[in-house]
Ligand binder design. Structure first.
Ligand code: SF4
Length: 390
């Protein structure tokens, strides 16, 4: 593992970023300041998953190695694993691809985990499983399994189509596979579910309102009686707290007490630290915010949502998104696609400017490094400047 860790560091680390991290996170050259959040980038769960994937290749140099979906939500990292001969399998459905796996093959489970029926299939095929599921995700699984054991329906705050939430939902069925769950994402989802808890609902209305987001056999006359809340580890803390409060109030309104309500905050430490560091950073004046990460990364998306409330903020995948001094290619959270926008002349300004940079838990430091040097380059500072040297 030590050799592999060194290899991973070599691929994804940046001494510039580490130097900045240790010296307060700010670098000013001429009239441009780049400010980094106190916590950003790779989390412990992601680092471990990547290390294990690299180690798998070393330990099994001649075997077929498959990966369920993506190891993490970062295109560059996934492409690198692909170049090492690690083949990504579909993760949304258990397709025929899984039938070709044999006892000599190795299957890597990503940091988000995988649904139980995927795990059962791989084990039935006799393959070696390298499970990189993050411990914080497993904590959520333990919680929803216990809910199922006690006859409590899990209300999962997350994205029904996200790898982690699909994996969690499968555990909410419990060991006997007779548990139940419903997944909600927005406050509107929560308000509608609360209304159903308080006033009751017919089955068809519930099913139409939460398509593909509830367990098979969910019966609204039984399974909204006792609920336990859990959340995808990477949700926005303030929104999860609001959802917990609304659901508790709904139960109290219906029952006059909260005996039928359970809650367990399952946002992971790394997500929390990155959100807290961003809030702290936003207390200081900045002109522009760049949030670096994979466009399908949930925790990165929330960093963008927080930033957008305070200043012009752009969700970029790599430094290449900073096309020129005026235009930025970025992921638009409303349109759900990459668009090209002007940055409002901020980078053109001859006045001193401060550009904030943060990154999601799946973003390697080398991409942050490239973003820092690109900002300075657009502001007329060469990447050969001594302060920008690795
Ligand atoms: S974001 Fe949290 S849950 Fe996900 S891998 Fe990192 S530490 Fe684990």
């Amino acid at each position: 593992m030590a050799r592999v860790e060194a290899e991973v560091q070599n691929h994804y680390n940046s001494s510039l970023v580490e130097r900045l991290r240790k010296s307060g996170g700010e670098l000013t050259i001429e009239n441009t300041t780049v400010r980094l959040a106190k916590q950003f980038g790779f989390c412990y769960g992601v680092e471990r998953a990547i290390d294990l994937a690299y180690a798998t290749r070393r330990v099994f140099p001649d075997n077929n190695i498959y990966l369920i979906g993506e190891i993490i939500h970062n295109q560059e990292v996934n492409q690198h694993l692909s170049s090492m001969g690690i083949v990504s399998l579909p993760w949304k459905e258990l397709t025929d691809d899984y039938n070709k796996i044999g006892p000599d093959d190795v299957v890597i489970v990503p940091a988000f985990g995988a649904p139980t029926h995927f795990m059962e299939k791989i084990e039935a095929q006799g393959a070696t499983v390298i499970d990189t599921t993050c411990g914080d995700v497993m904590k959520v699984w333990r919680r929803v399994r216990n809910y199922a054991k006690d006859g409590v329906t899990s209300v999962i705050h997350g994205k029904a189509g996200h790898e982690e939430t699909k994996a969690t939902a499968s555990r909410a069925l419990g060991d006997q596979k007779n548990g139940h769950y419903v997944v909600i994402l927005t406050l509107k989802d929560c308000h509608d579910l609360c209304e159903m808890i308080v006033n009751g609902t017919d089955q068809a209305t519930f099913e139409a309102r939460f398509p593909n987001a509830y367990s098979t056999g969910f019966d609204t006359t039984k399974h909204l009686q006792m609920i336990g809340v859990a959340n995808q580890t990477t949700m926005l803390k303030s929104e999860t707290e609001e959802i917990q409060k609304l659901l508790k109030e709904a139960i109290i309104k219906r029952d006059n007490d909260d005996h039928n309500y359970l809650m367990f905050d399952t946002i992971c430490g790394a997500t929390q630290e990155r959100q807290d560091a961003l809030f702290e950073m936003l207390n200081k004046k900045m002109d522009l915010m760049l949030v670096v990460g994979g466009y399908n990364s949930s925790n990165t998306t929330h960093l963008v949502e927080i930033s957008e409330e305070h200043l012009p903020a752009f969700f970029i995948r790599t430094a290449e998104c900073l096309k020129n001094i005026e235009e930025i290619a970025h992921f638009d959270l409303q349109q759900k696609e990459e668009v090209l926008s002007k940055n409002g002349g901020i980078l053109l300004s001859e006045e001193p400017i401060v550009v904030g940079i943060t990154a999601g838990a799946s973003c390697p430091s080398n991409l942050i490094h490239d973003t820092i040097t690109r900002v300075f380059e657009l502001r007329g500072v060469s990447s050969d400047h001594p302060e920008l040297k690795q």
